[in-house]
Design a protein around this ligand. Structure first.
Ligand code: F6P
Length: 316
């Protein structure tokens, strides 16, 4: 079997670790691995090359994606996808792993319907794929946002200011609410909470009334203009206010430990599915649930990390 792999949509830290896992595990199973460069655009433009074990060496820890990425609106058209299928056929590629967000999933499903076995892996900083608890890149982007907000907090405290921070996430508030909790933000505004100016000003006044020296307000992108909001807060409270847009810095950087492991496991899982001849599948994780059990049970439970040793064998 020949397995192609591509990354598509907004890049996310951990995509490289995932590409490495797909390529190495494909070779481990006796298949050939092909890199498709620059996402679906590169697939249509026939930017396809066979990859060796060594081609994916030294990338596990690197941010971005060595394969490159793109967004291709015209991939919705069947005739454009047919060119992609023709290119895959030319290289004899029978199966495809696509790493990205929901747009990538839709493109992958459409190719699957045209006869190529496709497995989709969630790779996006937005964490907006409902079928999985976490996407590759989310926790690294979260660490970046937290690091930036911690720094903003230092100066916000010194100057007794209200600091309004815009966080990425497209239409999903996860990066905002997680960073809000992790940084102790007083107010978090997302699509999920909705934006009500009066309520926000009420919360600011309440913070002032209980003697808070400074405030952090996290706002998800596309909700409201953070510079206008900061001005509004300044005119309606005693807090001097400033706004910061974190922007694309959230997409870069070396993947965190969590993202490296998630990406490695998901990449291996994808090739295992293709080995079984399964296409049209989306890989997910559901692992960080909080629960409880009697202490006695906790003491007698056995550890289940042994499966990681099986993954390791397929990643070399
Ligand atoms: O999907 C990742 C993401 O960074 C979103 O958070 C953001 O809305 C979007 O991509 C920006 O896209 P582009 O790179 O096309 O400007």
């Amino acid at each position: 079997m020949k397995i192609g792999v591509l990354t598509s949509g907004g890049d996310a830290p951990g995509m490289n670790a995932c590409v490495r896992a797909v390529v190495r595990s494909a070779i481990h199973f006796g298949f050939e691995a092909y890199g498709i460069f620059d996402g679906y655009k590169g697939l249509v433009e026939n930017k396809i090359r066979k990859l060796t074990r060594n081609d994916v060496g030294q990338i596990l820890n690197r941010g971005g994606t060595i394969l490159g990425s793109s967004r291709l609106e015209s991939f919705k058209q069947e005739e454009v996808r047919q060119i992609a299928i023709d290119n895959l056929n030319e290289h004899g590629i029978d199966a495809l792993v696509v790493i990205g967000g929901d747009g990538t999933y839709r493109g992958g499903m459409a190719l699957n319907d045209m006869g190529i076995n496709v497995v989709a892996i969630p790779g996006t900083i937005d964490n907006d794929i409902a079928s999985t608890e976490y996407t590759i890149g989310f926790f690294t982007a979260l660490d970046t946002a937290i690091d930036a907000i911690d720094k903003l907090r230092d100066t916000s405290f010194s100057h007794q200011r209200c600091t309004v921070v815009e966080v990425m996430g497209r239409d999903c508030g996860d990066l905002s609410i997680y960073s809000g909790i992790a940084c102790g933000a007083e107010i978090v505004i997302t699509k999920e909470t909705g934006f009500n100016r009066e309520n926000v000003l009420k919360q600011v006044k309440w913070a002032q009334s209980i003697g808070k020296r400074h405030l952090i307000v996290v706002v998800a992108e596309h909700i409201t203009n953070v510079f206008d909001l900061a001005k509004d807060i300044q005119s309606n409270s005693d807090y001097e206010s400033r706004a910061t847009v974190l922007g694309y810095i959230q997409r870069g950087g070396n993947p965190s430990a969590f993202d490296r492991i998630l990406a490695s496991k998901m990449g291996v899982h994808a090739t295992e599915l293709l080995k079984q001849g399964l296409g049209g599948m989306a890989v997910y994780t559901n692992s960080l649930e909080i629960g409880h059990c009697p202490i006695n049970e906790a003491l007698s439970a056995t550890d289940e990390t042994t499966d990681l040793y099986e993954y390791l064998a397929k990643l070399n």
